[in-house]
Design a protein around this ligand. Structure first.
Ligand SMILES: NC(=O)c1ccc[n+]([C@@H]2O[C@H](COP(=O)([O-])OP(=O)(O)OC[C@H]3O[C@@H](n4cnc5c(N)ncnc54)[C@H](O)[C@@H]3O)[C@@H](O)[C@H]2O)c1
Ligand SMILES: [Fe+2]
Length: 444
C-alpha cells in the first residue's frame, strides 16, 4: 500500500486527512474509568466488582504475576464477596495473537460476563481484545484499526501492575502478530475499562529495569501528546502534570522500588499521560518503537526510551515553544530564556534522566540491513495515524535508526549476558548496554 500511494502524495494528502480526523477526534466522547487510588485500592476494586452481581468474572493475568502470587489477595477479595471467577494466566509479552485466541476460547467456555485485567500493558491489552473479539465472534486480526467492531465487550476492570502504558484509561489495545513480526493497534472507545485501581503496593516489587522502561513509556506518551497536532487544553494539562510527576518520581522509584508514595505518583502520572494521548495520540517515537518491538521483541518502554531523544532533536525546531514550555514545567531556565535554547535543555534533561535510570543509548538487536524496511513501516504508521509536529520521511527515519545501531566493539564478545540484559531492560532484545548505561545499571 505504501508503494501505491508514493511518498510525495502521502506527504501532501495524508496531513490534510489527519487534520480532518483531528477535528473528529477532538469531539468524540471518551469514557473515563472510575479510579480507585492508593495502597489496597485493588482489593477495594475486587470488593466493588463482587457487589456488582456479575455471573462470573474472567481474570486475565500473566504467568509471572500468577507465580509471584500478586493476584491472590485480589482473587481472595472477589471470593469473599461471593463472586465466581475463571482465571486465565497465559498472557505473554506484547499479547501475541495465538495467546489472545486461546483467551477468547477460554472466556467463551467459562461463560463470563465481565473481565478483570490484572497486569501490565500486555495483560490489559490482551484482556481488551479478548473481550471485544468474543463479543463480536470475530478473529482479532479483523478488529485492527479504528472502531472495527459492532458490539462492545463485557465490562472491563483494570488493575495495572506497571506504571507506563496507561492502558487502564486508553481507547487502544496493542497486540502482536509473531508470524509477521508486527505490532497491531485496535482502537475503540468501548474498550476503555469501567473502573481501574492504581495500587502502589502491587508495584513495589517491579524490577528496576521494567520500572525504568515503563516510566519512560509514560514520559513518551506525555511528550508526544503535548507536541501533537490534536492536542487540546485538557490533554495539555494532563501531559504537563505527568511530565512533572515523572521527572520528580521516576529516579526515586528506580532507586527505591518500595517507596509507595513515589510509586503511586508514577502510577498516576502514567494514567494522566494515558488520558492525554488517548485524546491527542502519539507520534514518531511510537511509530519507530512499534517496529522495533514487532521485529526484535524489544520491550515497548525501552524502545521508546532509546528513540525519544532522537525524535525530539529531529522535531526540535518545529516544536521549540512546546518543548520550552515543558522545560519550564520541570523548573528549567528563566522566563526570558529563548525558546530554542530551553527546548534543547529539555531534550538534554530527557537524555540525562534516561542515562540515570540505566537506559542504554543503542539497541544491540538492531541490524543495519533491517533499517530500510523498519523505516518504511515506521513512516507508514506515522503517516497514516499520528499528528506529528514534523513529518519524517524514510531517509529521516533511517538516519535516526542508524544512530541506534550497536557500537562495533574492538573487544571479542563476552560469553555471558551483560548485567543490563540480566536485569531485564535488555533481557528480551539481547543488547549490550554501552558503558555509561552499564555503570548506571550497576546500582541494581
Ligand atoms: N493500550 C495502550 O494504550 C498501550 C500504550 C502503550 C503500550 N502498550 C502496550 O503494552 C505492552 C507493554 O506493557 P508493559 O510495558 O506494561 O509491560 P508488560 O505488561 O509486558 O510487562 C513487562 C514485564 O513485567 C512483569 N511485571 C508486570 N508487573 C509486574 C509487577 N508488579 N511485579 C513484577 N513483575 C511485573 C510482567 O510479568 C512482564 O514480564 C506493549 O505491548 C505495548 O505495545 C499499550
Ligand atoms: Fe507507549
Amino acid at each position: 500500500m505504501a508503494h501505491l500511494i508514493g511518498d510525495k502524495a502521502r506527504a501532501l494528502v495524508l496531513p490534510l486527512a489527519k487534520q480532518a480526523a483531528g477535528l473528529v477526534t477532538r469531539a468524540i466522547p471518551i469514557p473515563r474509568p472510575t479510579l480507585l487510588v492508593g495502597p489496597g485500592a485493588s482489593r477495594r476494586l475486587a470488593e466493588a466488582i463482587a457487589g456488582f452481581g456479575h455471573r462470573r468474572v474472567f481474570v486475565v493475568v500473566d504467568p509471572i504475576l500468577a507465580q509471584l502470587g500478586l493476584v491472590d489477595p485480589f482473587i481472595a477479595a472477589l471470593e469473599a464477596g461471593g463472586c465466581r471467577h475463571e482465571r486465565f494466566d497465559e498472557v505473554a509479552p506484547d499479547a501475541p495473537i495465538p495467546m489472545v485466541e486461546r483467551g477468547i476460547e477460554a472466556f467463551r467456555a467459562a461463560r463470563c460476563d465481565a473481565i478483570v485485567a490484572f497486569g501490565g500493558g500486555s495483560v490489559m491489552d490482551a484482556a481488551k481484545v479478548i473481550g471485544l473479539a468474543a463479543a463480536n465472534r470475530r478473529d482479532p486480526r479483523t478488529l485492527v484499526g479504528y472502531f472495527r467492531a459492532f458490539s462492545g465487550p463485557a465490562p472491563i476492570y483494570a488493575v495495572p501492575t506497571t506504571a507506563g502504558t496507561g492502558s487502564e484509561v486508553t481507547v487502544a489495545a496493542v497486540i502482536s502478530d509473531p508470524e509477521a513480526g508486527r505490532k497491531l493497534v485496535i482502537a475503540d472507545t468501548r474498550i476503555v475499562p469501567q473502573m481501574a485501581a492504581l495500587d502502589p503496593e502491587l508495584m513495589a516489587g517491579l524490577p528496576r529495569a521494567v520500572t525504568a522502561a515503563t516510566g519512560m513509556d509514560a514520559l513518551t506518551h506525555a511528550i508526544e501528546a503535548y507536541i501533537s497536532g490534536w492536542r487540546t487544553d485538557e490533554s495539555d494539562r494532563l501531559a504537563k502534570t505527568a511530565v512533572r510527576a515523572i521527572f520528580t518520581n521516576l529516579q526515586v522509584v528506580c532507586r527505591d522500588g518500595s517507596d509507595l508514595v513515589a510509586r503511586e505518583r508514577m502510577a498516576l502520572a502514567a494514567t494522566w499521560a494515558g488520558m492525554a494521548f488517548t485524546r491527542a495520540n502519539v507520534g514518531n517515537v511510537h511509530a519507530i518503537a512499534h517496529q522495533l518491538g514487532g521485529r526484535y521483541h524489544t520491550p515497548h518502554g525501552l524502545a521508546n526510551a532509546i528513540v525519544l531523544p532522537h525524535v525530539l532533536h529531529f522535531c526540535a525546531a518545529a516544536t521549540a515553544p512546546r518543548l520550552a514550555a515543558l522545560a519550564r514545567v520541570i523548573g528549567l531556565g528563566k522566563a526570558r530564556d529563548a525558546e530554542p535554547a530551553l527546548a534543547n535543555r529539555f531534550i538534554a534533561e530527557v537524555e540525562a534522566l534516561a542515562r540515570a535510570i540505566g537506559i542504554p543509548e543503542r539497541l544491540d538487536a538492531l541490524r543495519a540491513s533491517d533499517i530500510p524496511a523498519l523505516a518504511e513501516a515506521a513512516c507508514w504508521e506515522a503517516d497514516t495515524n499520528y499528528p506529528v509536529p514534523r513529518r519524517m520521511d524514510e531517509a529521516d527515519c533511517a538516519a535516526i535508526l542508524r544512530k541506534l545501531l550497536p557500537e562495533v566493539s574492538a573487544k571479542p564478545p563476552s560469553s555471558g549476558r551483560t548485567k543490563a540484559a540480566r536485569s531485564g531492560a535488555g533481557a528480551r532484545n539481547g543488547r549490550t548496554a554501552p558503558a555509561r548505561a552499564r555503570r548506571a545499571q550497576a546500582g541494581d
